[in-house]
Unconditional design. Structure first.
Length: 163
């Protein structure tokens, strides 16, 4: 079918153009969620509400796009990310510095150049007084030197209260 062949060829051109434009675009965190389970890219169980208590374990899921990869000497595509998690009280802009979490660099090596990527982080809700907060995730692409930031609002419940 000539039409379907033309469409497939056009789609190949669009994908090639997309792969070339992505590392030149602004680094973005496309999706950020509090989760209780992550099975893989886009396969996650999100908390129904962002209402937690201090000491509660949870997972943070982030999809990242428009990052730069470099070719290794053996033909692999390598990406390197640094990340930081900050906690901010509602109505404030500066993070609670004593609660900032600097995460180790994450390196991804793959035979094919990825067009998107996800990272997951295990964390424990810090001891914060009850109230409204924002979790701020900062991800840095170590090759492009770009940083992307995204925030998730959440509440800290008083001790002894049920979710």
């Amino acid at each position: 079918t000539p039409r379907s062949n033309q469409l497939a060829e056009t789609l190949d051109y669009v994908r090639t153009a997309s792969r070339q434009l992505q590392p030149l675009s602004t680094l973005r965190i496309r999706r950020l969620n509090f989760c209780n389970r992550i099975d893989g890219f886009g396969a996650l169980s999100v908390f129904p509400i962002s209402d937690f208590h201090a000491g509660q374990p949870l997972l943070l899921y982030a999809e990242i796009e428009n990052y730069k990869s470099e070719m290794t000497s053996d033909g692999q595509h390598r990406s390197v990310f640094a990340a930081m998690i900050e906690f901010v009280r509602e109505g404030e802009t500066e993070p609670i510095t004593s609660r900032t979490i600097r995460l180790p660099e994450i390196e991804d090596v793959c035979a094919a150049r990825r067009t998107d990527y996800f990272q997951s982080y295990e964390l424990t809700v810090p001891s914060l007084s009850p109230g409204k907060y924002k979790l701020r995730l900062r991800v840095r692409d170590q090759f492009s030197q770009q940083t992307a930031t995204s925030e998730l609002p959440f509440d800290i419940r008083p001790l002894g209260s049920e979710q």
